[in-house]
Design a protein around this ligand. Structure first.
Ligand code: NAD
Length: 497
């Protein structure tokens, strides 16, 4: 058997005793590079028990010690940045540049976690009544859980466990079964940074393992990122079992192009945002909305898209990599067929894409549709491939209405030279992340990553600074101080008058 991926339980990397293994394949070659176990019920119980036991001591660990663990982890991630990106590229097929970005965006969240002391400060008001003070403190929840998708195997686990653990929680990560080697390396480096046994566990598997985590009485909070159907299941099951849940889901992101936009800037950004990473980003642009005269730029967009070609991760000329697996590629090809059948004009067809030297890769070439209507499945559904749909409207108001009526609300972007137009768009658009002359507006970790409508269920705190609100409880204390002398632990005496 090719390399078995270990479970990480109670501070040890152990081989699963399961008889259910899922092959991990290189999506450019179909070579099986690892086997990922579906953890047994006993292994799941062991991970949960270890996380619960570790919480009792970890929650009492001084905040500065928790911050120092994150400082060491941040340094190690930087030191091993390219090595992690190589592992990531091999199992996802992402280009090396793209993989490096995946790792770096995760490191930025660890940098935030180093600042845990000031982020978890409470508030104090003196004299809420005479001689009575009120203050709040934040405390960790207990065992927290993260369930992550295939498309950012470094960044998204790093959105979750460093901040949860810095807050004083323990954490069980269930990464995607399609690229488990990257999160395993993240866990190894966390041990090297000095993480005590039990603070982080990494378990593998699919639906059954996730359901155990969602329903177990010990788990307190669930962070999920993935597709909309699974997000709905996670949110419903988690909240039914009275857990705190944040579930980040799918997307259909629109870029609105005004006639006063800087054409060249817009086109190069739109090409990268639509077919970059093979369209396998929740913040990819999949619909371009041309307002008025801007429609005359469609032929130039087509020309620019036709020059991009997919390739292997270590080919510096490759614009993007393969789809993650053959089923994902077939799903994208199915949408391309549906678009043609439903009457859209296929200006560029990536269906029969080949890459020299990689006859078995899950390739799809850049695909461009015009004359798309809102009733077509290529408009309604998240395709998650390098397929861009163009829609033409006459006014900004029509564009805003179109975006606001789409079932998803993850990201959007507007290209314009007008401040007034940008201000109107920013104010009226009902979408979580908004870019003004920015194609993929992923916020830095000082802000929340959000999502509206079908793109998000639950508590909007996601990652970075804001995640402290998700991973802690606030306790408000109202304290009456008596007028007697109080002797402190030192030899100092305070007299309150
Ligand atoms: P996915 O939903 O198939 O899998 C995500 C996780 O859920 C994996 O760990 C998987 O093992 C688990 N899972 C799958 N089916 C399950 C089930 N029936 N019950 C319980 N758990 C289950 O998603 P994916 O294909 O890995 O990732 C792509 C999706 O993620 C896209 O829809 C994309 O838009 C979305 N995504 C969203 C964001 C965001 O922030 N909104 C970010 C990245 C990706």
């Amino acid at each position: 058997m090719s390399k078995p991926v270990p479970l990480f339980i109670d501070g040890q990397f152990v081989q699963s005793q399961t008889d259910q293994w899922i092959p991990v394949t290189n999506p450019a070659t179909q070579e099986v590079i690892a086997q990922v176990p579906c953890a047994t019920a006993a292994e799941m119980d062991a991970a949960i028990a270890s996380a619960a036991a570790a919480f009792e001591t970890w929650k009492e660990t001084p905040v500065s010690d928790r911050a120092r663990l994150m400082l060491r982890y941040q340094a190690l991630l930087k030191e091993h940045h390219d090595e992690i990106a190589t592992i990531l590229s091999e199992e996802t097929g992402k280009t090396f540049e793209d993989a490096k970005g995946d790792v770096f965006r995760g490191i930025e969240v660890v940098e935030q976690a180093c600042n845990i002391a000031s982020m978890s400060m409470g508030e104090t008001v003196e004299n809420v009544a005479r001689k009575i003070d009120g203050y709040s403190i934040t405390q960790p929840l207990g065992v927290c859980v993260g369930i992550t998708p295939f498309n950012f195997p470094a960044m998204i686990p790093l959105w979750m466990f460093p901040m949860a653990i810095a807050c004083g929680n323990t954490f069980i990560l269930k990464p995607s079964e399609q690229d488990p080697n990257t999160p395993t390396r993240l866990a190894e480096l966390f041990v090297e940074a000095g993480a005590p046994a039990g603070v982080l566990q990494v378990v593998h598997g699919g639906k059954d393992q996730v359901n155990t985590l969602l329903t177990h009485p010990v788990t307190q909070a669930i962070s999920f990122v993935g597709s909309v159907g699974v997000a709905e299941h996670i949110y419903k099951t988690g909240t039914d079992h009275l857990k705190r849940v944040q579930a980040f889901a799918g997307a259909k992101n629109h870029m609105v192009i005004m006639p006063d936009a800087q054409k060249n800037h817009m086109i190069s950004n739109l090409v990268g945002a639509s077919v970059g990473a093979g369209g396998q980003r929740c913040m990819a642009i999949s619909v371009a909305v041309f307002v008025g005269e801007s429609r005359k730029w469609i032929p130039e967009l087509k020309e620019a898209l036709s020059k991009v070609r997919p390739g292997a991760w270590n080919d510096p000329e490759a614009g993007y990599g393969p789809q993650i697996n053959p089923q994902a590629r077939d799903r994208v090809l199915g949408f391309i067929d549906a678009g043609k059948r439903e009457g859209a004009t296929c200006e560029l067809d990536g269906s029969n894409c080949t890459v020299e030297g990689y006859p078995d890769g899950n390739w799809v070439g850049p695909t461009l549709f015009t004359n798309v209507t809102t009733k077509m499945s290529i408009y309604q559904e998240e395709i998650f491939g390098p397929v861009l749909c163009c829609i033409e409207v006459d006014t900004l108001e029509e564009a805003i209405e179109l975006v606001n009526n789409n079932p998803y609300g993850n990201g959007t972007s507007l290209f314009t030279a007008s401040g007034a137009v940008a201000r109107k768009y920013q104010h009226e658009i009902k979408v979580g992340q908004v870019g003004i002359n920015i194609p993929v507006p992923v916020p830095l970790p000082f802000f929340s990553f959000t999502g509206w409508r079908k793109s998000f269920y639950g508590d909007q705190h996601a990652y970075g600074k804001q995640a402290v609100r998700f991973y802690t409880e606030t306790k408000t204390v109202t304290a009456r101080w008596f007028e007697d002398d109080i002797t402190t632990g030192s030899n100092m005496t305070i007299t309150l008058k």
